[in-house]
Design a protein around this ligand. Structure first.
Ligand code: TPP
Ligand code: MG
Length: 303
């Protein structure tokens, strides 16, 4: 875990190119509903992926990176988002509501935390040695369910890991205008461990978090990990209320340029190959027939 592997670089740039291609596909009118990209935040699930191997991941509205880090399945996800055959949930869930073994995303802010506590209680009772990890944003700390869940997680000592992607904004509201105090103080008020990650250096993040996740798993000590991160794209599509200068300043500190500069030719080779692969997937999925609910019925799920 001490060095960035080619597989890590592939996953990082794979999520980046997936999201960029998705924005283009959306602009071409091929997506129903809306979609939220994780541009700028890709390194968070990439860093966590080996630490959460075999665990349950609860994701949110900005969940494509979370899904791809768990399954490396861009074709299934794109088919889900665009409603084509081979979609992970037969195209019924779309961008925000994806279910697959050990993975569930929801667009309802704060809904995942009580679910995570229930799963974690089950894991504790059955000796499953498994963690329930829930990704939430900074704005989601305005939801009451977060506090009910933290209270129970702490009281019952269950293996819950709350991963906060703190990008400083909730849709169009800066964190400073909606959050009193700090997320750390709120977690500590419930006796829950709190760790803040400010770097996007994947191996460094893993070394800090490996013992934290181990404590959650083996000692059933719930923890909140806050990633101080950047949302480089709009909230969903074409709805960025920040000034171009503000977004430019965030782009200047993005992991992508930094990694390209530090890895040089090694980065360029992987980046080119993965970008071409994403384009191949986009063309292949686009050529598929529409998804049908019959897939669901075949899988034993009734309408
Ligand atoms: C219960 C609920 N209220 C409102 C919304 C609409 N909504 C979707 S995302 C969002 C902002 C979320 O901000 P944050 O938690 O910081 O996550 P980010 O979008 O920054 O990743 C809002 C208000 C929702 N999906 N669910
Ligand atoms: Mg936010």
């Amino acid at each position: 875990m001490n060095a960035l592997s080619d597989e890590d670089v592939e996953l990082l740039v794979g999520i980046r190119h997936f999201e960029l291609a998705l924005l283009r596909v959306f602009g071409e009118g091929k997506v129903n509903g809306t979609t939220h990209t994780c541009l700028g935040q890709e390194y968070v699930p990439v860093a966590l992926a080996p630490l959460l191997d075999g665990d349950f991941v609860l994701s949110n509205h900005r969940g494509h990176g979370h899904y791809l880090a768990s399954f490396r399945d861009p074709a299934g996800l794109l088919a889900e988002i665009t409603g084509r055959a081979g979609a992970v949930c037969s195209g019924v869930g779309g961008s925000q509501h994806v279910h697959r073994d050990g993975f569930l995303s929801t667009g309802v802010q704060g809904q995942s935390l009580p679910l995570a506590v229930g799963l974690a209680l089950h894991y504790k009772r059955t000796g499953a040695n498994r963690v329930a990890a829930a990704y939430i944003g900074d704005g989601t700390w305005g939801e009451g369910s977060v506090y009910e869940a933290l209270n129970m997680a702490s009281l019952w000592r269950v293996p819950v890991l709350v991963v906060v992607e703190h990008n400083g904004i909730a849709q169009s509201t800066p964190t400073g205008a909606q959050l009193a105090g700090t997320i750390g103080d709120r977690a500590r008020a419930f006796g829950v461990d709190f760790v803040e990650i400010t770097t996007h250096d994947v191996p460094a993040i893993r070394s800090v978090l490996a013992p934290v996740v181990a404590r959650v798993r083996h000692e059933h000590r719930p923890a909140v990990v806050q990633f101080t991160t950047r949302r480089l794209g709009p909230h969903s599509k074409g709805d960025d209320t920040r000034s171009p200068e503000e977004v430019e300043a965030l782009r200047a500190a993005d992991w992508y340029g930094e990694l390209a500069a530090s890895l040089g030719e090694r980065f360029r080779a992987v980046d080119e190959r993965v970008r071409a692969e994403v384009e191949r997937v986009v063309a292949e999925v686009e050529a598929r027939p529409p998804a049908e609910w019959a897939d669901l019925v075949e899988a034993g799920v009734s309408r």
